[in-house]
Design a protein around this ligand. Structure first.
Ligand code: SF4
Length: 257
């Protein structure tokens, strides 16, 4: 397939994902004459406005690894090592109701890390993050910027499912967040996509709302953090797809910079 056709197809897929129906079609009364295949013009990719980078936002710079600590989490040097520590963890009450821990998955050299809130029912059963309906939507969102799921590291703030999918409590987040911080330390991504209030507020150490945090380039230990809606929220409110697309395009541009 030519580049033009591939771009046009990607554009139409993005429009479908966003629920936009503004795809221009030739009027029925004026059919476009069929041209011989050899001279048929290739469809031009619709002009897309270049993404403008938003202003700088918050910076959170928690202390990094202490080489002299006896903390086993600080001693591990791989994501698998972090997962091994998470598996038997009883640091908070969420261990009592979990089926499986969900440490996260993806390549250790991922350029993009997506952080959600916590595992849901399917994730708790499988031990994998974002495998339900919200996961399918996340896979589509990543596909729209040309990334396959296995190119991205996907994880949550808490690694065990909160009962009835409630929001994790402050002390549960405080107990679990060292795992996330260590994962980010090991991966050293170029961009972090914080999906939803819990991820955004935890990574930026703030109580500001998601609405106030969107549209700025924050920093976690120097790494750009883009805040957007959680895919599960998009399933409930499709009107947030367009702003999510705007956020994801900013993350994409930062990946390429
Ligand atoms: S949520 Fe985190 S801190 Fe709590 S038991 Fe699970 S792994 Fe441990």
């Amino acid at each position: 397939m030519s580049d033009g056709r591939a771009l046009a197809r990607a554009y139409l897929e993005q429009q479908r994902l966003l629920g936009t129906d503004a795809v221009p079609l030739p009027p029925a009364a004026a059919p476009v004459p069929v041209q011989p295949e050899s001279v048929a013009p290739e469809p031009k990719a619709p002009a897309t406005k270049p993404v403008e980078l938003p202003p700088a936002g918050l910076t959170f710079d928690p202390p990094a690894r202490d080489l002299f600590t006896a903390d086993p989490l600080q001693q591990v040097t791989t994501l698998a090592g972090v997962a091994e520590l998470v598996a038997p963890c009883t640091r908070c009450r969420l261990c009592e109701s979990r089926t499986k821990t969900v440490p996260g998955e993806g390549p250790a050299q991922a350029r993009l890390v997506c952080v959600g809130e916590g595992p849901g029912r399917t994730e708790d059963e499988t031990g994998r993050p974002f495998v339900g309906q919200a996961g399918e939507l996340l896979t589509k969102i990543l596909g729209a910027i040309g990334l396959s799921r296995d190119q991205v590291y996907i994880c949550n703030v808490v690694k065990c499912r909160p009962p009835q999918n409630r929001t994790p409590l402050y002390d549960e987040i405080a107990a679990c967040v060292p795992y996330l911080f260590r994962q980010l330390e090991l991966i050293q991504p170029r961009v972090i996509l914080a999906m939803g209030n819990t991820a955004a507020q935890t990574l930026l150490d703030t109580k500001q709302s998601l609405g106030a945090l969107r549209g700025r380039i924050h920093r976690f230990r120097g790494t750009p953090v883009i805040v957007t809606y959680h895919p599960a929220a998009l399933l409930r409110n499709p009107n947030w797809k367009k702003p999510t697309w705007d956020d994801v395009r900013i993350a994409h541009r930062l990946l390429d910079d």
